[in-house]
Write a protein that binds this ligand. Structure first.
Ligand SMILES: *[C@@H]1O[C@H](CO)[C@@H](O)[C@H](O)[C@H]1NC(C)=O
Ligand SMILES: *[C@@H]1O[C@H](CO)[C@@H](O)[C@H](O)[C@H]1NC(C)=O
Ligand SMILES: *[C@@H]1O[C@H](CO)[C@@H](O)[C@H](O)[C@H]1NC(C)=O
Ligand SMILES: *[C@@H]1O[C@H](CO)[C@@H](O)[C@H](O)[C@H]1NC(C)=O
Ligand SMILES: *[C@@H]1O[C@H](CO)[C@@H](O)[C@H](O)[C@H]1NC(C)=O
Ligand SMILES: *[C@@H]1O[C@H](CO)[C@@H](O)[C@H](O)[C@H]1NC(C)=O
Ligand SMILES: *[C@@H]1O[C@H](CO)[C@@H](O)[C@H](O)[C@H]1NC(C)=O
Ligand SMILES: *[C@@H]1O[C@H](CO)[C@@H](O)[C@H](O)[C@H]1NC(C)=O
Ligand SMILES: *[C@@H]1O[C@H](CO)[C@@H](O)[C@H](O)[C@H]1NC(C)=O
Length: 510
């Protein structure tokens, strides 16, 4: 019996357990695949609940193992992307296939297949692919004097692995996928945007958010002990703007924080700032400007918890990802000292645009014309990437395409997730299904991935995304509250009727 009749058997009998034919088809796949420039390492059946370990994955990836949720055929291969670059990719082909295809993105400056995302989407019946983005590990040393590796990181690894993943899907199940999706956050968000901007025919639905440059704030950095004091003052000044004093700032772009209120009357102290420290706090939240004065990157948005946690990324010690990018991709000089980047050096990097990394085109007309959709989200207290860059990008698309926000909403919706940090976490209603660890529900009203699928396949666009907050941010302790997050440019305000914990007490206004 051939593999196609296996599919028929499953359809008729509806037995959820994987039978021997699926396992055999998986083992046989290696010899059936004919993919240009590929070296197939293995095609192996993995049963649900298997604890997969990854002994050869770089330790900086922080992914030593993954417990697999559903039965999959795991395909591992290496693709040559040029004569001096390659990408390692995996495709997880679920026994319970829905006909859908999904690519996952990467994070930071890696270099790392995100196995947890492969598990999340394959458990929901997507054929799911991930790649190492052209280099192994969470650093940029392989960019040195090799523009091909930089290109893989900027766009080519994702593009190539998606194209190959679709072919593997077709070869394995004996028919093409129905719809193609992308899920990513941080660097993964940037990768998804790159596809929407420059390779419009790869995905039908993209859910994700951005990554961009970050900066350091210079001298007079307040010590760690003072950041909680700054946090408390920030809440005092801005928490009530949305009508509710609940520890969550719904729309930080409306907050005009004045750290100067904390300046000590004399000398310094444990609960006040020197004037220079106040100026440094302002610098953290100020935009990064080119020497000609144009904004290269907006300042961080204000959020409680954010100011405390930025201590490590905005201190005078340069952030690892920025440091590696400048040394290995921009200047090709391992000795280059990034602790203080001059405005001229930043201009240079911006204009050099190594590998085509810049992801700032506002023209999504080809993507739109195909009927494809984008669901964009951003945590409003993201401590690494300014959430206002997402507002700015939405506005850029609106201006470039000459669309009102209601016509833009036909294919591109942007949800601001209040009280959420970088890709997750935070005291807000942050469980929105963007990653496997943040799933409160598979209901499309409460899950960005299933919302994306419903939008693409049924034409029902998400009006809001309802997030869930658990008691003490711990799922096992039960639901604390839910909140329906508005799509930009709407913002959430408390109606002052009912409980702040009731989503019905909030309303989206422009
Ligand atoms: C297969 O998918 C269906 C619908 O998504 C689900 O109800 C069922 O539990 C799944 N079976 C397995 C074995 O995962
Ligand atoms: C999976 O295996 C690794 C390595 O043996 C182990 O450290 C880890 O605890 C295991 N995880 C689970 C959930 O069993
Ligand atoms: C195979 O790789 C070479 C570069 O090494 C590239 O020129 C060619 O287009 C690739 N073939 C396919 C089908 O991707
Ligand atoms: C790799 O390809 C480039 C052109 O893309 C060529 O200039 C170079 O000589 C090739 N290197 C090797 C080692 O084949
Ligand atoms: C960078 O990653 C490579 C590949 O994983 C590793 O060999 C190297 O030691 C790392 N370098 C640093 C400085 O961490
Ligand atoms: C106050 O100033 C002293 C002397 O300059 C310095 O050592 C100390 O760290 C400062 N304390 C705070 C909280 O800034
Ligand atoms: C980099 O520059 C900073 C600021 O000038 C200096 O303090 C630091 O010692 C330099 N680091 C190295 C490794 O030279
Ligand atoms: C300002 O400088 C940046 C960085 O060099 C450059 O990319 C941009 O085109 C310049 N803008 C104008 C209006 O000249
Ligand atoms: C939640 O955390 C607070 C503060 O740490 C603690 O007082 C409270 O007991 C915790 N609640 C539960 C249900 O664990």
């Amino acid at each position: 019996m051939g593999f196609k009749s296996f599919l028929v058997t499953v359809a008729l009998v509806g037995v959820p357990t994987v039978n021997a034919q699926f396992q055999q088809a998986c083992a046989a796949l290696a010899s059936r695949l004919a993919i240009p420039n590929a070296t197939i390492a293995s095609t192996i059946f993995v049963a649900a609940r298997t604890n997969l370990t990854f002994p050869t994955v770089d330790p900086t990836c922080g992914t030593p193992f993954q417990v697999v949720s559903s039965d999959v055929c795991r395909v591992v291969l290496t693709l040559a992307t040029s004569n001096r670059s390659s990408t390692l990719m995996e495709a997880w082909l679920p026994s319970n296939w829905t006909g859908r295809f999904l690519s996952t993105g990467n994070g930071g400056i890696g270099g790392c297949i995100q196995y947890i995302d492969l598990d999340y989407a394959s458990s929901l019946g997507f054929t799911t692919t991930g790649s190492d983005n052209g280099h192994s590990g969470q650093n940029g040393t392989l960019f040195l004097n090799n523009i091909e590796v930089v290109k893989d990181f900027a766009w080519r690894s994702l593009l190539t692995s998606a194209v190959v993943g679709k072919q593997i899907t077709n070869d394995f199940y004996g028919k093409p996928h129905t719809k193609s999706y992308y899920l990513g956050c941080s660097t993964g968000g940037r990768q998804g945007w790159k596809m929407a901007q420059d390779f419009h025919d790869v995905f039908d639905g993209i859910a994700g958010m951005f990554f961009s440059l970050i900066k350091n704030a210079g001298p007079a950095y307040p010590p760690a002990s003072l950041w909680p004091v700054i946090d408390a003052e920030l809440l005092k000044q801005c928490d009530g703007i949305d009508g509710a004093v609940d520890g969550i700032i719904e729309d930080p772009s409306r907050c005009n924080f004045r750290p100067e209120t904390l300046v000590c009357s004399a000398g310094n102290g444990s609960s006040c700032l020197t004037a220079k420290q106040a100026a440094t706090v302002r610098a953290v939240f100020a935009p990064l400007l080119a020497t000609n004065g144009s904004v290269l990157y907006p300042g961080l948005e204000y959020g409680p918890g954010l100011v405390a946690s930025i201590f490590n990324t905005y201190s005078p010690q340069q952030f690892l990802f920025t440091d590696n990018w400048y040394r290995f991709a921009v200047f090709n000089d391992p000795e280059f000292n990034t602790s203080v980047l001059t405005p001229a050096e930043i201009d240079f990097a911006w204009d050099l645009n190594p590998g085509g990394i810049n992801t700032w085109s506002g023209d999504l007309s080809k993507f739109k014309a195909r009927g494809a959709k984008i669901l964009h989200y951003h945590g409003q207290q993201d401590q690494l990437i300014s959430s206002s860059n997402s507002n700015r990008y939405y506005d850029l698309v609106l201006q470039t395409m000459g669309l009102s926000h209601s016509s833009l909403d036909e294919f591109y919706r942007f949800f601001r997730i209040s009280g959420m940090g970088h890709c997750g976490g935070g005291q807000g209603a942050t469980f929105i299904g963007n990653v496997e660890g943040s799933v409160a529900s598979l209901d499309p009203r409460e899950n960005v991935l299933t919302a994306m699928v419903r939008w693409v396949e049924e034409g029902i666009a998400p009006e809001t995304i309802t997030g869930t907050a658990f008691v003490n941010q711990t799922q096992a302790l039960g639901v604390d509250f839910k909140r329906a997050h508005c799509r930009y440019p709407f913002r959430n305000v408390f109606t002052r009727k009912g409980s702040v914990k009731d989503p019905a007490s909030w309303t989206c206004i422009v």
